[in-house]
Design a protein around this ligand. Structure first.
Ligand code: NAG
Ligand code: NAG
Ligand code: NAG
Ligand code: NAG
Ligand code: NAG
Ligand code: NAG
Ligand code: NAG
Ligand code: NAG
Ligand code: NAG
Ligand code: NAG
Ligand code: NAG
Ligand code: NAG
Length: 357
């Protein structure tokens, strides 16, 4: 540690005691001298945090459902030891804590747990879905965290989401995938997160506040990959090099619903779009949005290709790797993570989760 008292060396070499130097205080920074208020400060905060709370509950009940549905033997047959199962249980408890944090902030208006339906029949499908759902939760929170009016809440939310990112990594390792085949976590908008999450929620207490984000028409992306690597089912591992599930430049079929479908909890929402004609596939991955043109376009389907670009040129890494987000848009608007929400009015359908590796 630095000494509390500074020593001044005089010209003749005699050390003399001087008044303590003030600690370095760089100018700038925000919120350093105020008493933090851990409250929602705007409708934007409330809607973002209430979405976040719904997402935490979704994860909590997803993990619970997987633990309830499969026997210890079924987990072991999928290569997951009793300790691995305990780790999933530990992650479930982390969600309890995250939900409590958000409930404390939202107070009487906080959402309560809903009923859920998760489409998995095997341990592998459970792990794969958990890998995807935690990707959505992490990317959604990072998308709005720096836009919250309450910076204090954003700062603690970041502390929760860093844990969620570790969960996402652990599920990838359970699935035998490379733990984090990217240099940056992609961010998505609240409406994208709600579009991906709402379908798992069947019914909610009528007292729950409505989640006021847009539900886009749903989108499927078909890659031809069946989740195996060269026909071999991956086994749990800390890391493995063999994680390419798709190939850059490969053809991808997209099919989507028209707007106006009743969807979401209690079918109380309608899917909507403000966009015009479908023209591009928008790939949200790492630092930016990469667009690829659509071919063979109908009102509800098209073909495109997986981007073959690197984030910082040839010596870096592929833009698309891991589980990324793909949407159909009417425009190839240039956007970066901080202004990504400007894409929402251009979304025809999606996102779909695209497992590239
Ligand atoms: C709950 O929402 C209502 C209506 O928006 C608002 O008047 C009230 O202050 C909120 N209560 C809390 C505890 O935030
Ligand atoms: C994705 O990342 C993994 C791990 O680094 C690597 O083995 C794989 O080749 C990458 N895929 C692409 C398309 O670059
Ligand atoms: C959950 O489903 C059960 C059984 O259908 C129903 O009784 C209950 O009211 C539902 N709860 C919520 C919160 O929707
Ligand atoms: C895309 O659809 C076409 C026409 O139905 C089909 O021939 C092709 O195999 C599909 N490609 C993928 C990657 O699913
Ligand atoms: C996945 O596809 C590969 C080759 O295309 C095939 O060898 C393998 O049996 C398939 N696996 C499953 C589980 O369908
Ligand atoms: C893993 O892949 C990297 C390149 O992504 C390569 O440099 C390394 O040699 C591979 N390691 C093994 C053990 O195959
Ligand atoms: C899959 O097999 C092909 C052909 O044998 C090989 O070139 C490729 O490296 C293998 N990919 C992985 C991820 O092992
Ligand atoms: C997407 O795929 C699922 C499962 O195959 C199917 O039930 C759903 O109808 C498809 N949706 C669209 C928009 O193609
Ligand atoms: C959804 O659309 C139907 C008819 O298309 C309409 O009756 C209903 O009020 C709409 N619901 C919402 C929540 O907008
Ligand atoms: C995103 O980055 C890739 C790789 O640097 C680049 O090819 C692509 O044009 C970028 N997209 C946009 C919209 O800037
Ligand atoms: C468009 O569809 C036609 C007929 O299904 C097919 O032959 C052609 O390969 C497709 N083109 C592209 C770019 O997908
Ligand atoms: C496609 O959409 C346009 C405009 O929404 C409509 O006029 C046309 O009938 C639709 N075509 C099909 C095949 O549904």
């Amino acid at each position: 540690m630095f000494p509390a008292v500074a020593l001044t060396i005089s010209l003749c070499g005699v050390a003399a005691l001087a008044a303590p130097a003030p600690p370095s205080t760089p100018s700038g920074g925000q919120g350093l001298n105020s008493t933090p208020e851990y409250v929602s400060m705007s409708d934007y905060d409330f809607q973002s945090l209430n979405l976040g709370l719904n997402q935490e509950y979704l994860e909590l009940f997803l993990f619970q459902d997987g633990l309830d549905k499969f026997s210890a033997q079924e987990f072991e047959d999928a290569g997951l030891t009793p300790e691995d199962q305990s780790l999933v249980e530990y992650m479930r408890l982390q969600e309890v804590g995250h939900a409590e944090f958000l409930t404390n902030i939202l107070g009487a208006n906080a959402s309560k747990p809903c009923n859920y339906s998760f489409p998995f029949n095997t341990v592998q499908e459970f792990i794969s879905l958990s890998q995807k759902v935690t990707r959505v939760g992490e990317s959604a929170a990072y998308g709005f965290l720096e836009h919250l009016d309450s910076r204090a809440v954003g700062s603690v939310l970041g502390q929760a989401i860093a844990v969620e990112g570790r969960q996402q990594m652990a599920f990838r390792q359970f699935a035998g995938l490379f733990p984090f085949p990217f240099w940056f976590i992609p961010t998505i908008t609240q409406s994208m997160a709600w579009t991906l999450g709402a379908g798992f929620i069947t019914s909610c207490p009528s007292s729950n506040p409505k989640v006021e984000w847009q539900l886009f028409p749903s989108l499927n992306a078909t890659t031809g990959s069946n989740g195996t690597i060269n026909g071999t089912a991956p086994v749990p591992a800390i890391t493995t090099n063999a994680t390419a599930l798709t190939t850059p430049g490969q053809s991808v079929n997209l099919s989507w619903d028209l707007p106006g479908e009743q969807a979401g909890p209690d079918l109380a929402y309608n899917t909507t779009t403000l966009a015009g004609e479908p023209k591009f596939a928008a790939w949200i991955s790492q630092l930016n949005v990469t667009y690829t043109p659509l071919t063979n376009v109908t009102n509800t389907s098209a073909t495109t290709t997986q981007p073959d670009t690197q984030i910082y040129g040839e010596d870096s890494i592929q833009t698309v790797n891991g589980t990324v987000f793909v949407l159909v848009t009417d425009s190839d608007l240039f956007l970066t993570p901080y202004n990504l929400s400007l894409i929402d009015p251009h979304v025809v359908a999606g996102p779909a989760l695209y497992g590239a590796g």
